[in-house]
Design a protein around this ligand. Structure first.
Ligand code: PLP
Ligand code: MN
Length: 367
């Protein structure tokens, strides 16, 4: 078995391998904390990006409180790996999942969930009632603030759902989630800010309406890497959920700029020469995702193209030094979360030496 170790040189790693520049990653964390913590907001980073309990703990050590996961199966793995202050940000629907949720909650009482339907609420309540667990699970009403992905509509529907949940003994409403995912990658900063503030108005107005109806709304959670800085300026928002800032990707770099650095790259080897200014590298669709455009070579003189599952091309203009078989390049992912999901380990380095190796704990956990 191939078994790279702490202390090895990065240059000795086989490829493709996912490597993290620790200085840059730590600087990204510090920049986020320095910018957001003084506002008094709670930072609950979204672990859909890192899928790592070790990184969740590093973020908590830097000032974050808890973490988010997208799916229930991610929560299972991250909690088991020792980090269980988790908000599951996707709805938990269907008898198998509800059963798994009850089992998870049996062991980890800090788990929080979101709900956007009466049907979903009743199923979870009934399963908890049957389990004999006394303590009600903490619930956030998931609100649609414009993404139209999940979330109950603001106004009367949100109130009606809250009232339904309020009547269920094993569910306890503690807050509202309203994620404005459609705005994260808007390239025009003023537009992103303006639309974000409009979504935040919907979110905080709904939180107020629920309070008015007697609900104890303590948590109002929202935001990602592209909007967190705007969300924290809105009175009533208590928590933000940024994820990608820790590593960034080319799409976020193009949208939110270079405040955070690209701290994660995929080391790749040139495996074939395909012309005077063209080579093939060992990173294709199974290594770098393409939903948000193509990955970029860290050395921007070489342009990437996909050559199928296993390989990609790099081409260059005349006058640029040639790449040749055996050369190694670093590729910057275009969309960080699904790219990480393709790899087993992070190799985190400083000064060219691997300092830490982290498993991608919840890799492939899509349920
Ligand atoms: N919150 C929710 C519910 C999300 O789905 C996401 C990402 O898709 C985030 C927060 C974090 O976003 P980002 O990685 O863009 O910072
Ligand atoms: Mn993403």
């Amino acid at each position: 078995m191939y078994n790279p170790r702490v202390g090895d040189k990065v240059s000795d790693l086989d490829t493709p391998s996912m490597i993290v520049d620790l200085d840059l990653m730590e600087a990204n964390i510090k920049k986020l904390m320095d910018k957001l913590l003084p506002t008094g907001i709670n930072i609950r980073p979204h672990l859909k990006t890192t899928k790592s309990a070790i990184l969740a703990k590093k973020l908590a050590a830097a000032g974050a409180k808890g973490g988010c996961v997208a799916k229930l199966s991610e929560a299972e793995v991250i909690a088991e790996a020792g980090f269980d202050d988790l908000l599951i940000t996707c709805e938990i629907i269907g008898p198998v999942k509800v059963k798994r949720l009850v089992a998870l909650y049996q062991k980890h009482r800090k788990i929080r969930i979101v709900i956007d339907s009466a049907v979903g609420a009743t199923a979870i309540n009934d399963a908890l009632a049957a389990s004999g667990i006394e303590e009600p699970i903490s619930v956030l009403v998931d609100l649609d603030v414009g993404l139209h992905r999940t979330g109950v509509a603001p106004g009367e529907p949100a109130l009606a759902l809250a009232q339904h949940i309020g009547g269920l003994k094993h569910l306890k409403i503690i807050g509202v989630q309203g994620y404005e995912g459609h705005l994260q990658h808007l390239h025009d900063r003023a537009d992103r800010e303006q639309q974000c503030l409009a979504s935040m108005k919907t979110l905080t107005a709904t939180a107020d309406a629920l309070r008015h109806a007697g609900f104890d709304i303590q948590v109002v959670t929202t935001g990602g890497t592209g909007t967190a800085e705007f969300c924290v300026t809105v009175p009533g928002v208590t928590e933000v959920q940024p994820g990608s800032f820790i590593f960034m990707d080319t799409d976020y770099r193009n949208a939110v700029g270079r405040f955070y650095s690209n701290s994660l790259t995929i080391r790749s080897t040139v495996v074939s020469r395909q012309g005077p200014r063209a080579v093939t590298i060992d990173s294709g669709l199974k290594t770098l995702t393409t939903d948000s455009g193509l990955a970029e070579c860290k050395d921007a003189r070489y342009a990437y193209g996909v050559l199928g599952d296993e390989q990609g091309s790099l081409v260059w203009e005349e006058g640029t030094p040639d790449l040749d078989v055996g050369d190694v390049v670093e590729m910057i992912p275009s969309h960080i979360d699904p790219t990480i999901n393709l790899h087993d380990f992070y190799y985190a380095y400083r000064n060219g030496v691997i300092e830490e190796i982290w498993p991608v704990d919840s890799r492939g956990k899509v349920q």
